[in-house]
Unconditional design. Structure first.
Lengths: 159, 481
């Protein structure tokens, strides 16, 4: 792997990921709770219930506590005049090069949770792929979008 | 040709047939359900029902034809259609990637063609489609689209240049066609088809074909079972062969100026036009039946999806069968610029385990399961393990990347050995990736994306290259270095 890109994404995104993971885990926990409650009626073996709860606790530890910080530490990007350089991935680390002249359009979007933390997602589309920088501070995201927009406009090239 | 035109009236019948064909399964099921208590009905009710089906489909088809118009206006191809909801689609000729015509048996009976207009937008369906029009009208539309190619590129080619260029062309000889058919390896596709059919039967008649066949096979002796297996393989192979013959009969490719023209098909004739600069990548495939004989197929990845009705791939076949020794000349004459890179940078020896580990693990697991269920019959699955090992060795041996100043070549195996050549300008994004086990051995996977196929584009990757090779490739692609 080459030198890592310089910029990190906003640190508060860890909280966003934790909240999202927490919500998914909550749904699972509710499902497990229902099963536990009706365990006798539906004649579910006890060991399955135990295994289920153990898995949920384990998954919560991994997805809420462990992964967001690793993911954040890995996530880096850098915008040069002629290309965008992105690195991400937890188990598989991926480094992507997107030349500026291949960029077709840049979007920013903001879901409800991101909005609460004043964050936004920047997605960069080429004719074939879309690359998302998952969370930047809103002003930073808008600035980056405009900057890529201007840099990408310099050279026009048909598909 | 600026006034609105309707399609050829024959399209009413074509549309009718298509409607009935699409609805054939529900119709048949409905008929069977309806006539189970036939005795209680009038003698004419089946005829009335058939009449109703014909009337409804005929009326729909007529309205469809009546409301569908096309015209050329202000540099746009304008299609209007829709019975209840009026749809207008204006396609600027500057956005048109290719115009293709095809003619199935019915079309050919009436001397008409179907025209498809492809733009860069993704999706398998053509963006503009005119179901039935006379050949002259189709040519007029093609001419209209082509005019911009000449203006746009400003190469000022005269008509004579066009004609003299036409000599660069290749035809598929009959012997080649047979060879292509015999080695097409379409058996898998045919099995898929059989599977789909048996699923349908299953739905309709609650008829479990697999258990019947399986029970029957278990009753037979081992020799008979093996003979049966070989026989059915031979049969599917023959049928796949016939399919290939139909598809690639009279295959012809010619180059005119900056465009390729392809014409092919026995019953359904297709004519495909590909402007050279729309080609995103060149793909050379050597499947396992062809590679030992030094034979290969050449296809092109085109923005906005392939021009084929083939649902299995987005790429367009440029030539179904060539000898390896002829490839160089073919490329030079048909698509100059896409000439093979020479020395591939191959994965290092330490990558061998990575190529072998997962496939062999999977096949050992499958063998274990089979042996558990079928006792000693499962030992046949050991063949599977041997095949897997052989495949892993090939996989490892074939992989590689190579590049020249403006062209990247990648070679990998996915049953067939695939070599792709992509101009640097057509690579939309370049990625290197490395997982935990790769990083221990300083290996990396390289993957590029090109703008062909669906909205997601298509991508090619070579796995487990040496770290320094992958980085050199990235440096080659990067503008910073």
């Amino acid at each position: 792997m080459k030198r890592e890109p310089r910029n990190r994404i906003a640190a508060s995104v860890k909280k966003v990921w934790r909240i999202n993971a927490g919500l998914s885990m909550l749904v699972l926990a509710i499902a497990a709770g229902v099963l536990t409650y009706f365990m006798d009626d539906w004649s579910i073996p006890t060991y399955i219930i135990y295994i289920g709860w153990a898995l949920i606790v384990l998954a919560s530890c991994i997805f809420i506590w462990l992964l967001p910080s690793i993911r954040w530490r890995r996530w880096r990007y850098e915008v040069f005049e002629q290309e965008i350089y992105i690195q991400h991935g937890i188990f598989i680390v991926t480094q992507t090069i997107v030349p500026m002249i291949r960029v077709q359009h840049v979007d920013t979007e903001q879901g409800p949770v991101l909005k609460g933390f004043k964050l936004a997602t920047v997605s960069i589309s080429t004719a074939a792929t879309t690359h998302r920088i998952p969370a930047l501070l809103l002003e930073e995201a808008l600035e980056l979008r405009d900057r890529i927009g201007t840099l990408a406009r310099v050279e026009e090239d048909d598909v | 040709m600026s006034e609105s035109k309707r399609m050829h009236p024959i399209s009413i019948i074509l549309q009718m047939l298509k409607l009935i064909k699409d609805a054939i399964i529900p119709l048949v099921v409905g008929f069977i359900a309806f006539f189970q208590n036939l005795s209680e009905m009038f003698w004419w009710s089946p005829f009335a029902l058939i009449g109703a089906v014909l009337l409804v489909s005929g009326l729909t088809a007529f309205l469809h034809w009546y409301r569908f118009t096309y015209r050329i206006e202000a540099d746009e191809l304008r299609l209007e259609s829709g019975v209840f909801v009026r749809k207008k689609r204006y396609i600027s000729k500057h956005r048109i990637q290719s115009v293709n015509t095809s003619a199935n048996i019915l079309h050919r009976l009436f001397g008409i063609v179907k025209l498809e207009v492809q733009t860069a937008g993704g999706g398998k369906k053509a963006e503009g489609e005119i179901g039935a029009l006379s050949k002259d009208d189709a040519v007029a539309i093609q001419q209209f689209v082509k005019r911009k190619e000449q203006e746009g590129t400003e190469t000022a080619e005269s008509n004579e240049d066009f004609l003299s260029d036409k000599r660069a062309g290749y035809q598929l000889s009959f012997r080649r066609l047979l060879a292509a058919a015999a080695t097409s390896g379409g058996t898998g596709v045919f099995f898929g088809f059989l599977f789909a059919i048996s699923q349908q039967l299953d739905n309709i008649a609650n008829f479990d074909i697999y258990s019947i066949v399986f029970d029957w096979l278990l009753e037979q002796s081992l020799v008979l079972s093996i003979l049966f297996a070989i026989g059915s393989l031979a049969l599917t192979w023959m049928i796949a062969m016939v399919g290939t013959v139909f598809k690639y009969c009279f295959f012809q490719i010619t180059k005119q100026g900056e465009e390729l023209f392809i014409r092919r098909g026995l019953l359904e004739k297709r004519e495909i036009t590909i402007p050279l600069h729309r080609i995103q990548a060149l793909k050379i495939e050597e499947n396992i039946f062809r590679q030992p004989f030094g034979l290969l197929a050449v296809s092109a990845e085109i923005a906005g999806g392939g021009a084929e009705s083939d649902k299995h791939s987005f790429s367009t076949i440029l030539f179904p069968l060539l000898k390896r020794s002829e490839l160089h000349r073919f490329l030079e004459e048909i698509i100059p610029g896409y000439v093979m890179g020479t020395a591939f940078r191959k994965p290092p020896k330490r990558a061998r385990l990575r190529y072998a580990f997962i496939p062999i693990l999977i096949s050992v697991l499958i063998t274990g399961v089979l042996m558990y269920f079928f006792n000693w019959y499962g030992l046949f699955a050991i063949l599977l393990i041997l095949l897997t090992i052989w495949f892993c060795v090939l996989d490892y041996k074939d992989a590689g990347v190579s590049w020249t100043a403006d062209m990247l070549s990648m070679r990998y195996r996915e049953l067939s050995r695939v070599t792709v050549h992509v101009p640097r300008k057509k690579v939309q994004a370049f990625r290197e990736s490395q997982h935990y086990f790769q990083s221990k051995k300083q290996l990396e996977t390289v993957k590029i994306s090109v703008a062909s196929g669906g909205a997601a584009g298509s991508s090619f990757k070579v796995r487990h290259l040496a770290e320094q090779d992958a980085q050199a490739a990235a440096d080659w692609y990067s503008f910073r270095s």
